[in-house]
Design a protein around this ligand. Structure first.
Ligand SMILES: Cc1ncc(COP(=O)(O)O)c(C=O)c1O
Length: 445
């Protein structure tokens, strides 16, 4: 089915929207405008079909245009478009929390709703500090993040994050008392590993060094992405996350997994924590929670954390935190419909079935011109290209652009091409993504 071509926007019409994480002038000189989506595909405003190899932005896990979500949202809008959740409630918020608890890693059966990944991260950081205070350890206020980590754009998430471009402008405004673990990307030891790399579990021991420096009694939590996405797909070495867990346990430090991109089936289980058999104390999610249809995030907490707050006078608010739109009824309706689809179609485990084909596909790029690494896990893949001398990111951007022109949407971070297709992808579509990328890389200097 072709989209009806829509009139292109004039340069003046492109001016007002200050685009996020975008080279505005470059985009507006040569816009890439999407008009419609269905299944695995987008259509541009001029009616061109584009295969979606990134699930929108790592969020449309059940594919585009799911009628059940549209209908659930419409029904909810017609029934009750908004209800407050401060000192009030509405049933589907509780239903959604229960449904999420049922698929969560062991013990993570308390859920705090937000509207985005960034809000989930800042919420989790605040819960961590408040938790320690509630149990009489109010001096535990430090956070340990990781180099190359991405935890959204709030002041908390930015501070624990480790991507230099997101940090350097705001250097003077960072949350104090944050330190960082080293990242785990090492092409020297691990280039072209299939799945998790085998070298590097010892990098988790750096946490002991930071504990020796700051003293455990000052540290509230360690936050990491089980698989880092935004910095260009960085995988945890075998045993690394378990080691972090052990060190945190030994020192009474909370472990936060940021599963904003790894959540909801991306790794072949509902959450990466389950794929890697390591459970965190707090887990941040968003994106796939509503299939990207309505903004929503959720922080999962171990019950012991919630219980620590449930003390003092019963009429006292236990956590002074929340958003007007926490558990927005329309978002709840979208999330419930999304979970129905995930369950009915087995999408939360489908990535595990497809992973071998996906792995073979992306690794077929080994040996292609300028390719210096290929990384994969579940339905996540990345191809790293050698940077042009003095022009980091230029080759990656050219590849991204040519893929789009040839009908495949990928994501580019520097010279890394990242892929995370909807979990409904078929083998022939995997082949199409790989073919297009192979041709584009061959044709790019
Ligand atoms: C791991 C991780 N955390 C947090 C975020 C921020 O999410 P949002 O853009 O919804 O605020 C992202 C976004 O890509 C992410 O990948």
């Amino acid at each position: 089915m072709n989209a009806q071509p829509k009139p292109a926007l004039s340069p003046a019409e492109l001016d007002a929207f200050w685009m996020p994480f975008t080279a505005n002038r470059q985009f507006k000189a040569n816009p890439r405008l999407l008009a419609r989506a269905d299944g695995m595909r987008y259509w541009t405003v001029d009616g061109r079909e584009v295969l979606d190899a990134v699930a929108g932005l790592w969020c449309v896990n059940a594919g585009h245009g799911r009628r059940e979500i549209t209908e659930a949202v419409t029904r909810q809008l017609n029934t009750m478009e908004f209800a407050p959740t401060f000192q009030m409630g509405h049933p589907i918020a509780f239903e959604l929390a229960n449904r999420l608890a049922a698929i969560a890693p062991p013990g993570m059966d308390r859920v705090f709703f937000t509207n985005s990944g960034s809000e989930s991260v800042d919420t989790a950081l605040k819960i961590a500090i408040a938790y320690h205070r509630a149990r009489g350890a109010g001096q535990r206020t430090r956070f340990i993040g990781r180099e190359k980590g991405y935890h959204g754009v709030g002041f908390g998430g930015m501070s624990v994050g480790g991507m230099v471009n997101n940090r350097k402008i705001f250097a003077a405004s960072m949350v104090p008392g944050v330190d960082h673990l080293p990242h785990t990307l090492d092409l020297g030891h691990n280039a072209f590993s299939r799945g998790l790399p085998h070298w590097g579990a010892h990098l988790a021991n750096e946490l002991e060094r930071l504990i020796a420096l700051h003293d455990a009694s000052t540290i509230a939590a360690v936050i990491v992405e089980p698989i880092a996405g935004s910095a260009g797909v960085i995988l945890p070495p075998v045993g690394y996350l378990k080691r972090l867990r052990e060190i945190c346990d030994k020192n009474d430090i909370l472990l936060i997994f940021d599963e904003v991109i790894t959540g909801f089936g991306r790794t072949g289980k509902p959450f990466a924590a389950q794929s890697f058999d390591v459970t965190a104390d707090l887990m941040t999610t968003a994106k796939g929670l509503t299939n990207g249809a309505v903004p929503m995030g959720a922080v999962f907490a171990q019950r012991k954390i919630y219980d620590a707050f449930m003390q003092g006078p019963e009429n006292a608010i236990e956590l002074f935190h929340g958003y007007t739109y926490s558990a927005h009824p329309v978002a709840c309706a979208a999330a419930l419909a999304t979970l129905d689809i995930y369950e009915r179609e087995g999408l939360l485990t489908r990535a595990a079935t497809l992973a071998p084909k996906w792995e073979d596909g992306v690794h077929s790029l080994r040996g292609a011109k300028n390719v210096i690494d290929v990384r994969n896990y579940g339905l996540i893949g990345a191809v790293e290209l050698d940077s042009r001398v003095g022009k980091p990111g230029a080759r990656g951007f050219d590849v991204f652009l040519k893929c789009f022109e040839r009908g495949v949407m990928v994501r580019q971070t520097g010279d890394v091409i990242a892929m995370s297709p909807p979990l409904i992808i078929e083998e022939k579509q995997i082949a199409r993504i790989v073919e297009t990328l192979t041709e584009v890389i061959r044709d790019t200097d």
